[in-house]
Design a protein around this ligand. Sequence first.
Ligand code: ZN
Length: 226
Amino acid sequence: MKPVNDRALVLLSGGQDSTTCLYWAIDRFGRDQVAAVSFDYGQRHRIELDCAEIIAAHAGVEQVRLPIDTFSALGGDALTDPDIGVTNQVDDSSGLPNTFVPGRNLIFITYAAAYAWQHGVDHLVTGVAQTDYSGYPDCREETLAALQKAIQLGMESRVQVHAPLMHLSKKGTVELARDLGALPAMAMTHTCYNGARPPCGECPACELRARGFAEAGVEDPLTSTQ
Ligand code: ZN
């Protein structure tokens, strides 16, 4: 079997974490070896897709946008259904926050792997992390390891799934972004669950982001340039 190559595909949502991962991949594999993929999954905040495009161009990497239009048809989550308020409130029956889209990351990574397979790319990079988050089960290390194994078997592939933020706190993620020179790109990212720009500062995503920057002692270029 051929050795694993150095080409990487970053799952770029347009948010803080995936943007940090893009710079991590550029640092590790080299800019020429890196491309980005973004998913148009019917998210309420289309601004994310614009951010992803701008960030990829700023970073100097190719980006492709892939449509997945089934999430909203599945129904019932706050990130795709405009009738549901985004509160991160935990649902009593599932114990999961109402921003949980069942299997979202499994589906994204599987699509990315299929795209990577077609393009001869052996590394996938995702910004999922099991720290700091609301317990999304598809962000756990164990889930990713099992998915990597399934993809390797199911696609006869050597793909490696990297999650450089897996064990980092939000503070650690901000420090990593700073160390990788990714802070200017942070001004182009989108985090707010309410889709506001400038960000609302009050939703759980805005609060988490603000806390990470504050704890790292770094000024957030997104809020400081508005
Ligand atoms: Zn917000």
